[in-house]
Design a protein. Structure first.
Length: 202
């Protein structure tokens, strides 16, 4: 799929303030600093579309970007950033859960995981919650450029295997690097396929 146009639409503090529009949405979530905003920019070939930062906690609202005037990419705030007050963490959690559970046009959630890390409790809890809530999702490993291709593949496979203690059917996964533009075609093809299936089932 070709991305011809990507435009910022709105930053919303809660789901009720997201665009009144029934076009499909694909949301990016994961720990603070994992590379959500960078991945969106890489997919869109649009530097600076989503705001990125080396300091965790840059994205604090639900950000909608419309692609080819046809569907949305949604940049969500990161979860699990420790340097925040309990009240702010609670508010962010409610914002994210509200959006994920209530947004009917949400076609797929991409859960981003830093490919260098061993499985972490916070990501696992989030993934288990998505599974329990029947939310369609895929896993996206980020920053693959920080490891060699062999190590990256092995780490991703090990991570996926760790889900088998609870989940029989594993979600699809992708190995990406915003830096090297790895995984771009695969992710866009995946989105394209869902768009087509949803269009047929309308
Ligand atoms: P929050 O909005 O704070 O939750 O963070 P985020 O998940 O949106 O992360 P962001 O895209 O802002 O990136 C965080 C940092 O990681 C930045 O310094 C990026 O340059 C860096 N980064 C993101 N993706 C990659 C990647 O693929 N490779 C490398 N080497 N660095 C990356
Ligand atoms: Mg961000």
């Amino acid at each position: 799929m070709e991305i011809k146009k990507s435009e910022f639409i709105i930053s919303a503090p809660r789901v009720s303030m997201c665009p009144k529009d029934d076009r499909l949405e694909y949301a990016f979530i994961g720990r603070s600093n994992v590379g959500k905003s960078s991945l969106i920019n890489m997919l869109c070939n649009h530097k600076g579309l989503a705001k990125t930062s080396a300091t965790p906690g840059k994205t604090l609202l639900i950000n909608h970007f419309i692609i080819n005037n046809e569907w949305y990419l949604v940049d969500l705030p990161g979860y699990g950033f420790a340097k925040r007050s309990k009240t702010v963490l609670k508010q962010l959690e409610q914002m994210i859960a509200g959006y994920i559970l209530q947004r009917k046009q949400l076609a797929n959630v991409f859960v981003l995981i830093d490919i260098r890390l061993d499985p972490q409790k916070i990501d696992r809890e989030f993934i288990d919650w998505l599974g329990e809530s029947n939310v369609p999702f895929a896993i996206v490993f980020t920053k693959a450029d920080k490891l060699g291709p062999v190590k990256a593949k092995a780490n991703a496979a090990r991570w996926m295997t760790s889900l088998q203690d609870r989940w029989e059917e594993l979600p699809p996964y992708f190995i990406t690097s915003a830096e090297k533009r790895t995984g771009r075609e695969e992710l866009l093809d995946y989105i394209d396929e869902i768009n087509k299936v949803m269009e047929q089932n309308k």
